[in-house]
Design a protein around this ligand. Structure first.
Ligand code: SF4
Length: 718
C-alpha cells in the first residue's frame, strides 16, 4: 500500500517541518512505500506569483469598485475595508512586479545575507499575503498565520469555513494544484499533519474535499492540534463522515504503521493504538500505548522534499534529541500533551549519528533541535560526543534555565557548535514563576543567561506577560530585568498569556482566579480559550505590555533590531541560524550586520518656474468617491460616524502606505507634470484653458508643488 503524507498550509516556508520526515523514515524502515509532500511550501510559490497576484488585483478592484458605488460607508468594518482595499489594490502592481525577485532573494546565497534586501523581500511577501487575504475578506494571513474570523470555534462554523470559496483561498488552490496529484499517486492511505492552529482550516478543507470526491484512500489526520482535540473529536460523528476516516493521537509512528498493516490485511481497526475512528456508525477511541522507543527510531529522511525550494539559501534541518518535556509542569504549557505526557531522550551516540548522517547526506551546516527543552545533562553528553568525533556542525535548541548550565558546560556547548539557544524565562518575578510552577528563579535565570552569553552562544529569551495573578508591579520587574540585562540578552520573544486547550490553567481555572466562558460546544475547536481574571492583569493589559515591551525595551537589544528590521519577530529561528553561520568568522554576533544605516538625505531643492517635475515612481493620483483622509481619521479615533459620498482627488504611495488629498486646481497642474514640461510651460497651457494670467497659475503651481516635493510625492526630472 502506498502512503501519501501531506503537510498542508499554513506554516512558515523557511524549512521543512519534522513530522513528515520522521514518519516517512519510520515507515520506510518497515518496508512501506511512502511519498511525503510539503504542500505548504508549494502553496507559497503558487500564491506568491505574478499570475495569482494579477488575479487578486482584479478581485480587489472589483471589491473596491463595489464600495465606491455606494452613497455612504458605515463606520467600523465598512470604512476600514474601504481604506484597506484602496491601499491593497494600489499596491498590487508593485507586488506583481517584485514578487518573483522577493522569493529569489530568500533563496539567493548572497542577497539573503544582506538585511536591507531581505527586509525589502519580506515586505513584498507579507504585503502580497495581506492582499491575497483581503481578496478573501475577512480572512487574514501571514507567514505564520491563517485566520478566518467566520470560524468561531464551533463545528458548524468549521463546516462553513471549509466550504466557503469567497473566504477560503485553499479550496481553489487544492482543486487546481493538489487533487490531481493525489489522484495520480493512488495512495491507499493519506496522512495529513495538523501541527498548528494556522493549519486547522486548510487541512480540514483538504480532507473534506478528498472525502467529498470519494477518494478511495483511508484519510487520517494527526499532529499536535489533533492531540489537543482528542477529547473533542469523538463528539462529532460528522467529522468522520465528512472530513476524514480516523485521527491519530500523540506520537504517530506506531499507530500509523499499525494502520497500514491493518488496512493491508483488511483487519478491524480496533487494534490500532492511539486511534479514533468510526466503526459501524459508532466512534471508537482505541486505548493508548507507550510510544515507539526513541532509540529505535531511524533518523528523519528528507528525501522527496525540495530542500532547495525552501525560503532559505542554506537549508536548516530539524531533528529531535528528546520527545516531550522533562519538566512538564508549567501551568500554561501544553507541549507535553502532544507526547501523551511521556518523555524520552535519544541516546547521545545515536543522536550524533543522526547529525552526521543529515549533515553528510544533505550537505547542511546547521541543524535545529526541535526539542521542547534539552536538559543540561543531555546537551552535555551530546557536546562530548560531537567533540570526541570532531564533527563540524552548527546547532540550535530550546532549554529551560537550570543552574546546571554552568560556565564550563556552556563553553563546551559552544565548542561543540551550539550557536543559538531559546530560553523560556517567562517572568523576572519569583512569585509569578511560582504561580506558573516554572521551577526556576530570577537569580538562576540571570546566571544562566550570563553563562550562555559569555560562552558566545546567542540567547533568545522568551518572556510572557499577564499570567493570571501577575500584577503591574511584577510585570515591571520583568521590564527592569531586561533593561538591566541588555548586555547578556541577544534577542527577545515576547507574548501575552493565553489559556491553551488542556493546559493546567484550563483544567483548573479557579486555582488561578480565571473564569472561562460557559460557551457550550461553541469553542470546541478553539485551541485558545478566552478568559477573565479576578486578580492582577487582564488579558488586554497583558497584550498591551507585550506591545510596550517590544516598542520600548526590545529596541535596546542589537539582535532584536536586526530581527525586527527583517520582519521576523514571529519566528526568529527562520533566519538566525543561517546568519550566525554565515557571519561566524567575521561578525559572530552580527554586531555590524545589525547597524541600521541612516537613510541618505538628498539636498533639498527649491521649485521654480523652470522645474520639470513628475510624480515619484510608485505614486499614483486618482479620484476617489469618498474622503479617505476622513475615513482614516474615523478609524484611528474609533468614530461612529457615517461618511457620505464626497469625490476627492488623492495622491497615493501604496508602498509607503501613505496618501494625500489634493485640491482640484493642484490636480490639474499635476496631470501635466510629465517630466518634460517646465512649470512655466504648464502654467501657460492652463492659463489659456482657464483664462487666468499665467503668472497667477505659475505662482500657485510653485506654492502647490514645493510641499509635494518636500514630502516626496513628486520628483525633479532634471
Ligand atoms: S514551558 Fe517549557 S519547561 Fe515548561 S512545561 Fe512547557 S516545555 Fe516544559
Amino acid at each position: 500500500m502506498k502512503v501519501l503524507l501531506i503537510f498542508p498550509p499554513q506554516w512558515t516556508p523557511f524549512r521543512p517541518y519534522l513530522s513528515l520526515p520522521s514518519l516517512t523514515a519510520y515507515l520506510q524502515e518497515h518496508g512501506v512505500n511512502v511519498v511525503q509532500k510539503d504542500f505548504n511550501l508549494e502553496a507559497y510559490d503558487l500564491l506568491l506569483c505574478k499570475d495569482y497576484l494579477t488575479k487578486i488585483g482584479g478581485q480587489l478592484k472589483s471589491q473596491f469598485a463595489a464600495l465606491e458605488s455606494k452613497e455612504s460607508l458605515a463606520p467600523g468594518i465598512e470604512q476600514k475595508l474601504y481604506s484597506d482595499l484602496f491601499m491593497a489594490k494600489s499596491l498590487v502592481p508593485e507586488l506583481i512586479e517584485k514578487v518573483e525577485s522577493a522569493k529569489a532573494t530568500y533563496r539567493d546565497p548572497v542577497n539573503f545575507y544582506d538585511p536591507d534586501k531581505l527586509a525589502a523581500a519580506t515586505h513584498i511577501i507579507t504585503e502580497s499575503l495581506t492582499s491575497i487575504a483581503l481578496a478573501h475578506y475577512p480572512t487574514s494571513m501571514g507567514l505564520s498565520s491563517f485566520d478566518m474570523p467566520s470560524f468561531t470555534g464551533s463545528f458548524a462554523s468549521l463546516k462553513r469555513a471549509t466550504e466557503n470559496r469567497l473566504e477560503n483561498p485553499y479550496i481553489e488552490l487544492y482543486e487546481q494544484h493538489l487533487l490531481s496529484f493525489i489522484d495520480n499517486e493512488k495512495p491507499g492511505l493519506i496522512g495529513i499533519t495538523i501541527s498548528g492552529e494556522s493549519q486547522l482550516i486548510p487541512a480540514l478543507t483538504l480532507s473534506r474535499m478528498l472525502k467529498s470526491q470519494g477518494v478511495k484512500a483511508h484519510i487520517s489526520i494527526g499532529g499536535y492540534v489533533v492531540s489537543m482535540l482528542a477529547e473533542i473529536l469523538p463528539k462529532y460523528p460528522d467529522l468522520f463522515n465528512e472530513f476524514f476516516d480516523s485521527a491519530i493521537i500523540n506520537d504517530g509512528e506506531k499507530p500509523l504503521l499499525d494502520l497500514v498493516r491493518h488496512l493491508e490485511q483488511g483487519k478491524s481497526l480496533d487494534g490500532v493504538p492511539n486511534f479514533i475512528f468510526m466503526d459501524a456508525e459508532r466512534i471508537k477511541a482505541n486505548p493508548k500505548e507507550t510510544p515507539e522507543n526513541i532509540n529505535c527510531l531511524p533518523p528523519p529522511t528528507f528525501e522527496g522534499l525540495p530542500l532547495n525550494e525552501y525560503f532559505s539559501p542554506d537549508p536548516v534541518l530539524p531533528v529531535l534529541s528528546s520527545r516531550g518535556c522533562y519538566w512538564a509542569r508549567c501551568a500554561f504549557c501544553t507541549h507535553s500533551l502532544a507526547y501523551g505526557m511521556t518523555y524520552q531522550i535519544r541516546d547521545a551516540g545515536k543522536f550524533v549519528d543522526d547529525l552526521e548522517i543529515l549533515s553528510k547526506r544533505y550537505g547542511v551546516t546547521h541543524i535545529a533541535l526541535s526539542d521542547e527543552g534539552t536538559s543540561p545533562a543531555s546537551v552535555g553528553r551530546i557536546s562530548d560526543e560531537i567533540l570526541r568525533r570532531g564533527l563540524k556542525v552548527r546547532l540550535s535548541t530550546s532549554i529551560r534555565p537550570e543552574k546546571q548550565f554552568t560556565p564550563e558546560l556552556c563553553r563546551k556547548m559552544a565548542e561543540a557548535g551550539l550557536r543559538e539557544v531559546y530560553i523560556g524565562v517567562e517572568s523576572a518575578c519569583d512569585r509569578v514563576l511560582g504561580l506558573i510552577n516554572k521551577g526556576t528563579s530570577c537569580a538562576i535565570d540571570e546566571e544562566v543567561l550570563r553563562n550562555i552569553h559569555e560562552a558566545g552562544i546567542w540567547d533568545h529569551v522568551y518572556i510572557m506577560f499577564g499570567f493570571p495573578g501577575e500584577t503591574m508591579e511584577e510585570a515591571c520587574q520583568t521590564f527592569d530585568f531586561i533593561e538591566k540585562n541588555t548586555g547578556i540578552i541577544r534577542s527577545l520573544g515576547i507574548s501575552n498569556f493565553s489559556v491553551g486547550r488542556n493546559s493546567r490553567v484550563m483544567k483548573h481555572p479557579s486555582e488561578y482566579g480565571v473564569t472561562l466562558p460557559d460557551a457550550g460546544d461553541d469553542l470546541d475547536f478553539k485551541l485558545y480559550i478566552p478568559y477573565q481574571t479576578s486578580e492582577g492583569l487582564s488579558d488586554v493589559e497583558g497584550w498591551q505590555l507585550t506591545e510596550d515591551c517590544y516598542a520600548k525595551v526590545a529596541v535596546k537589544l542589537e539582535g532584536d533590531v536586526l530581527l525586527e528590521k527583517i520582519g521576523h519577530h514571529y519566528d526568529k529561528g527562520c533566519i538566525l541560524p543561517q546568519y550566525l553561520s554565515h557571519y561566524e568568522s567575521t561578525d559572530p554576533f552580527l554586531s555590524t550586520v545589525v547597524k541600521v544605516k541612516p537613510p541618505a538625505t538628498p539636498p533639498r531643492r527649491t521649485i521654480n518656474s523652470k522645474s520639470r517635475l513628475a510624480l515619484k515612481p510608485g505614486v499614483t493620483m486618482e479620484t476617489l468617491q469618498f474622503n479617505l483622509r476622513q475615513i482614516r481619521k474615523n478609524i484611528t479615533d474609533g468614530a461612529k460616524s457615517v461618511v457620505y459620498r464626497e469625490p476627492t482627488i488623492t495622491l497615493c504611495e501604496p508602498g509607503q502606505a501613505r496618501f494625500k488629498r489634493v485640491a482640484d486646481n493642484a490636480a490639474e497642474i499635476l496631470k501635466l507634470c510629465d517630466g518634460q514640461n517646465t512649470l512655466a510651460q504648464i502654467s501657460q497651457k492652463l492659463a489659456r484653458r482657464f483664462s487666468v494670467p499665467p503668472f497667477v497659475i505659475e505662482r500657485d503651481a510653485i506654492a502647490f508643488m514645493q510641499p509635494l516635493y518636500d514630502e516626496g510625492y513628486v520628483t525633479f526630472q532634471s
